[in-house]
Ligand binder design. Structure first.
Ligand code: HAM
Length: 426
């Protein structure tokens, strides 16, 4: 027989009980934050129609798709949740009450080049609002992100949310760099998104590649990249058109965030454009302060996504917050909790004759809501106690022939060593 690797496929994870306890804890914080903000949970299949991801702007996510043909159908493992969400919204469009506030924690698949915090599968907490055109929606989502961060116990200065507005950049570019080719803005954003990772030279080379989509003049590419770095909101405002709606959005957003007490934790950054083509408005990314990891979270407004699927547009905004980077950051700060197994009791029939009584007792404990394990074979007491101890049980219920004859069970508290007798259930 062929030997099989004991490791899961590269870039994917097994979750042993201790890992799953931590995953559940993290997802629990995501769920609790979403609940507090009045969001409802949704899910969709991991397997999707590959057509949902057929996009032309050169996005990495499309190149990294796990996809295959089966019985004439082209299917893909979802690399993100937003297109599935769009499909769900379109399917019930007439019946849904807007604005929708939906969250999800999907497992997503991308054939990534593996680096720290970059995996081939990850869980991604999504919160999305559909049907609300105003930036109060963005403010709510950003507030939810910080509520989750606070629930992890992360100190306030550890991460910063960087915000930009795609339309602000677009307005400016259409007047100079892109005047002659307005259709390449999305592709340009996808390239600029690599600035942090690939560096200015590589980005300039791609922007001015004569065989590429954008084909800027090399001098213009260099100037554009230089302009993006270190531009504050005031400088960006000077370049904006008169009565710029994008600039007004940004001001409204920053005022709203001030009311949430978040002004200090968010800043404008002209270089944040995001690597997904569908964003149309405010975009944002959450980074650790040392910029050591990839983004912890990213999102923005994508009011025109439904047009890609031949439907009428509908305002939408949301974010995706991965599990990998936050887990690394929390582990580095000693903030990932050690979660013991939560076992209340071990029930130990000391002979087979006492097993029926033990079964009645363990059933009663379970009915009362206890996590109770039944010893399945005849074992010596020493083995049972060391197992109960390791499993973190609070007490062991012992039923020997003598206790059985007297209609009682011996209850041993593991922490104090105290023992008492209780009546056996009939
Ligand atoms: P994204 O920026 O591609 O956005 O992913 C969001 C977050 O998911 C990232 O900031 C990162 O934390 C995590 N993530 C993505 N890929 C990986 C990976 N290979 N390994 C580990 N973590 C990863 C989206 O997916 C959008 N659909 C988010 C969104 C929702 N926009 C609006 N609504």
């Amino acid at each position: 027989m062929a030997s099989v690797s004991h490791n899961p496929p590269r870039g994917t994870r097994d979750f042993y009980p201790e890992d799953l306890r931590q995953r559940n804890w993290l997802h629990g914080q995501f769920r609790e934050t979403s609940r507090r903000f009045g969001f409802e949970e949704v899910d969709a299949p991991v397997l999707e129609h590959a057509a949902l991801y057929q996009r032309k702007a050169g996005e990495e996510i499309v190149e990294q798709l796990y996809h295959f043909e089966l019985h004439g159908r082209h299917l893909a493992l979802r690399p993100e949740f937003t297109p599935s969400l769009a499909r769900m919204v379109m399917a019930r469009r007439g019946a849904l009450r807007l604005p929708l506030r939906w969250f999800s924690i999907p497992q997503c698949w991308r054939y990534e080049r593996m680096t720290r915090g970059r995996r081939r599968e990850h869980y991604q907490w999504n919160m999305d609002i559909w049907g609300e055109p105003g930036v109060n929606a963005e403010a709510e989502l950003i507030a939810a992100i910080f509520t989750a961060l606070d629930s992890f116990g992360l100190a306030k200065g550890e991460v910063v949310l960087r915000v930009n507005h795609r339309a602000l950049l677009e307005e400016k570019l259409q007047r100079d760099f892109l005047r002659s080719q307005p259709g390449v803005f999305e592709a340009l954003c996808v390239i600029i998104d690599k600035l942090d990772r690939s560096g200015a030279d590589a980005v300039c080379a791609q922007l001015s590649d004569p065989k590429g989509t954008v084909r800027l003049d090399p001098a213009a590419a260099t100037e554009l990249v230089a302009q993006l770095k270190g531009t504050g909101l005031e400088a960006a405002a000077r370049g904006a058109k008169e009565n710029s709606p994008a600039l007004a959005d940004l001001h409204t957003l920053f005022t709203a965030l001030d009311a949430y007490g978040l002004a200090e934790r968010v800043r404008f950054d002209a270089s944040v454009v995001r690597g997904l083509a569908y964003y149309t408005g405010i975009v944002f990314e959450l980074r650790d302060k040392g910029n050591k990891f990839r983004a912890l979270c990213g999102g923005g407004r994508y009011d025109r996504l439904l047009e890609n699927f031949g439907d009428k547009p509908l305002p939408a905004v949301g974010f995706g917050f991965g599990d990998a980077v936050i887990s690394e950051l929390l582990a580095e700060r000693g903030l990932l909790p050690e979660l013991p197994r939560a076992l209340d009791a071990v029930v130990y029939p000391m002979s087979e004759a006492t097993r029926p009584a033990a079964v009645r007792l363990v059933t009663k404990l379970r009915d009362e809501g206890c996590a109770a394990e039944l010893v399945l074979t005849e074992l010596r007491a020493k083995r049972v106690f060391s197992h109960a101890d390791r499993a973190g049980a609070a007490r062991v219920y012992l039923i020997g022939d003598d206790e059985h004859a007297r209609g009682v069970v011996r209850v041993h508290e593991l922490e104090s060593g105290e023992e008492r007798e209780e009546p056996l259930p009939r």
